[in-house]
Design a protein around this ligand. Structure first.
Ligand code: ADE
Ligand code: ZN
Length: 326
């Protein structure tokens, strides 16, 4: 089964580029940029990656990305992920990035988008992996900050395929960014949003995303299985869900975990399986995530093929290119 999964052509739709910043690269970039890190070794740094919920994870994740300063840093980060993904037979990836956190440090948007775009082009021509880029609004920062990031990025909109919504969900419902999504959509960008699992008002957030904000995709979204009405809506609209079993695989119901991926598949929802922030999740990239998910969710080979086939079908690329993968 592991060999079958390794060889399966794959597509990835939920990976935060900053979440692929491995400890080894963090040390190398810190050295290149003359920064010191609060850890003596790679092992010590990796041992510090202990979190128990979304806020405690995000603290480690945002601390980690402080070493990213130059266009070359963003190039190295993106090329590193794409090379790793290609080595696992990922043919196509749509990748998130969090510009607000970089703009806060004074990194110009051209360095962020420029470095990632150059890496995408090189990875496509040298190792054959195609990719797209999704700008995420950080929902726990102000609406103004997100609008500033969108405005800064719009001159480079041809380098982006869509916008998303990530970071700490508590008290930050999707409607906080209604204007941002409308503006992005008017600029021709696709729209997705995180509805992380087991969050306060989680079903309400999924409803708002689908009904009021017309999200085309939901990232995570596992709690939907607790609402037959929302499941019916998502099915009728063929909404894809980007499930990340490592982080959001368990939906809590009456104090008991239920297997979100299995329940979503059985409910007839369209799911892809993704790695989210692999550098902070035991360096498990898509193959390792799928191998674990296969065991945890008793995925059959036919279901694995169906997951990847569907993943390619939902790629935000022209139909001819999509057909080439199917
Ligand atoms: N930022 C990076 N990874 C995230 C996740 N899984 N959920 C919300 N925000 C994130
Ligand atoms: Zn995520």
């Amino acid at each position: 089964m592991a060999r079958f999964i390794s060889g399966l052509p794959k597509a990835e739709f939920h990976v935060h580029l900053e979440g692929t910043l491995e400890a080894e690269m963090k040390f190398a970039l810190a050295q290149r940029n003359g920064l010191s890190l609060p850890y003596a070794t790679v092992e010590e740094m990796k041992r510090s990656y202990i979190y128990h919920d979304l806020p405690s994870f995000l603290k480690i994740y945002y601390d980690g990305m402080q070493v990213l300063l130059t266009e070359q840093d963003f190039y190295d980060l993106a090329y590193g992920y794409l090379a790793k993904a290609a080595s696992q037979n990922v043919l196509y990836a749509e990748m998130f990035f969090d510009p607000q956190e970089h703009l806060k440090r004074g990194v110009p948007i051209e360095a962020v988008i420029g470095g990632i775009t150059r890496a995408r082009a090189d990875a496509a021509s040298t190792i054959g992996i195609e990719s797209q880029l999704i700008l995420c609004f950080m929902r726990d920062l102000s609406a103004e900050s997100a609008m500033d990031a969108l405005d800064a990025a719009l001159p480079y909109k041809d380098k982006l395929i869509g916008v998303g919504l990530d970071s700490d969900e508590k008290g930050n419902p999707p409607e906080k960014f209604a204007d941002h999504f409308a503006k992005a959509r008017a600029a021709g960008l696709h729209v997705t949003m995180h509805c992380d699992v087991n969050q306060e008002d989680t079903l309400e957030h999924i409803r708002t995303a689908l009904v009021d904000l017309q999200a085309e995709r939901i990232d995570h979204g596992g709690n939907i299985v607790q609402s037959p009405e929302l499941v019916a809506l998502a099915r009728s609209r063929n909404i894809p869900f980007t499930v990340c079993p490592t982080f959001s695989g368990k939906v809590m119901e009456n104090g008991q975990p239920i297997n979100a991926l299995r329940e979503m598949l059985d409910a007839g929802l369209k799911v892809s399986v993704n790695s989210d922030d692999p550098a902070y999740m035991g360096s498990e990239y898509i193959t390792e995530v799928l191998i674990r998910a296969q065991k945890d969710s008793a995925l059959t080979p036919a279901e694995l093929v169906q997951i990847e086939r569907f993943a390619f079908e939902t790629a935000w690329i022209p139909e001819e290119q999509r057909d080439g993968y199917l």
